[in-house]
Design a protein around this ligand. Structure first.
Ligand code: S3P
Length: 429
């Protein structure tokens, strides 16, 4: 796999839009396939992860035509999927695997899910246990906690589940199973994770309502095909926001960014650190808030981060660590144990990479302490096969002394295939 070397920038300037939101893209395929009638999806993210979801539904008999602009899905209805003749490959995508597990548990057929070496190592017990309580039959490696997973679909019953972790993948897996279950399925979590499933299921006509830190759904209601416009992914925008904040002399407009409040923790954190981020042209598309963001170079200061902010910024911590490394003073992150079970252990990965860039980082069990280093040092950083670690360290390279090489950057294609091109486009050298 290839390495990539980035040079320091003397400005980050221009106007860009980022690719469609990954979470919304996955769900548009899933709910569009299970609906009656046609669903059109505009702004779909064509990354490796979301393409795994699309391929899985095609393998279950769904006709989804992609003309390069719009994806047109001919929904088969809640009970119209066909038994796949082969293993469904989820690649690197936790969202594909966990959400599909919930949906497949309620089908009248057998299926097998597999993934790459990273996904096979991630915990699946968190969805398998509550799904088993609903009556699901799921087998997996390591005592039923790791993929490959074998699922014998069968009738399910609704349960009331209190999740020990704030996880949209766990919540969504249960809501998808709940579509098929007898009675009501309730999920609550310690604090609210991203609510794209709830919003989109409602938009498609499901019998679903929000609860305090969760949702309830009643099974059996027919979903209707809809037109979906996918907002720009705030998780992808975050790399460019941090780049424009850190590189002096920058001014960057990022248009059409999804601003769902369950996803905007990174903006709140950066504003508290002293960032200049202006929201303009706020609007709503397909039930999701969207805005343009105007970002200018700023001097940041270290802060303390924990509690409900953590699930609202869960995917942005690698690049927020880079912001903290360039801030004045110490940043303390707590309550972020979940980062240890992402595509890689993101606490260990960022601690190791930032140390190579000359930053003082102390790892804790559920977070880290980062002491702002002033100027980072160019180094050779490891992506650990994790797209967000790779993009974060390339962002760091824009403000480092000397050049920064990141190894094995092929993983960036899982969520943001045009990242390197866009980075070069906005950087002034
Ligand atoms: C996602 C939920 C989050 C997030 C992931 C996408 C989703 O995972 O980290 O990138 O689309 O539901 P968890 O549910 O494990 O927190």
């Amino acid at each position: 796999m290839s390495d990539y070397t980035v040079q320091p920038a003397s400005g980050v300037r221009g106007s860009i839009s980022v690719p469609g939101d990954q979470s919304v893209s996955h769900r548009s395929i899933m709910f569009g396939s299970l609906a009656r009638g046609v669903t059109t999806v505009r702004g779909f993210l064509r990354g490796e992860d979301t393409m795994c979801t699309l391929k899985a539904f095609r393998a279950m008999g769904v006709d989804a035509c992609d003309d390069g602009d719009v994806i047109r899905i001919r929904g088969v209805g809640l009970h119209g999927l066909k038994e796949p003749t082969d293993v469904l490959d989820c690649g690197n995508s936790g969202t594909s695997m966990r959400l599909l597990t919930g949906m497949l548990a309620g089908q009248n057929f057998f299926s097998v899910l597999n993934g790459d070496q990273y996904l096979r190592n991630r915990p699946m017990g968190r969805v398998i246990e509550p799904l088993s309580e609903m009556g699901a039959t799921i087998f997996g490696r390591s005592g039923g906690t790791r993929a490959p997973l074998a699922i014998q679909g069968r009738p399910l019953k609704g349960i009331s589940f209190t999740s020990p972790v704030a996880s949209a993948q766990v919540k969504s897996a249960l809501l998808l199973a709940g579509l098929y279950a007898d009675g009501e399925t309730r999920v609550t979590e310690p604090s609210l994770s991203r609510d794209h499933s709830e919003r989109m299921l409602r938009y498609f006509g499901a019998d679903i309502e929000p609860l305090h830190n969760g949702a309830r759904i009643r099974g059996g209601r027919i979903l209707e095909g809809r037109d979906v416009q996918v907002p720009g992914d705030i998780s992808s925008a975050a790399f460019f926001i941090v780049a424009a904040l850190l590189v002096p002399g920058s001014e960057l407009l990022i248009t059409g960014v999804g601003m769902n409040p369950t996803r905007t923790g990174c903006i709140d954190i950066l504003l508290r650190m002293g960032a200049s981020i202006e929201q303009v042209n706020s609007r709503e598309v397909s039930g999701e808030p969207v805005a343009d963001l105007l970002v200018r170079s700023s001097s940041l200061k270290g802060i303390e981060i924990g509690g409900e902010l953590v699930p609202r910024a869960i995917d942005e911590f690698p690049v927020l660590c880079v912001a903290a490394a360039c801030a004045e003073g110490k940043t303390v992150l707590r309550d972020a144990r979940e980062l240890r079970v992402k595509e890689t252990d993101r606490i260990a990965a960022m601690a190791s990479n930032l140390s190579k860039a000359g930053v003082r980082v102390v790892e804790t069990e559920d977070g880290m302490e980062i002491t702002g280093a002033g100027r980072l040092l160019g180094c050779t950083a490891d992506s650990f096969g994790d797209h967000r670690i790779a993009m974060s360290m390339l962002t760091a390279g824009l403000v480092a002394k000397g050049e920064t090489t990141v190894t094995d950057v092929g993983c960036i294609s899982t969520s943001f295939p045009s990242f390197l091109e866009l980075l070069e486009q906005v950087c002034v050298r």
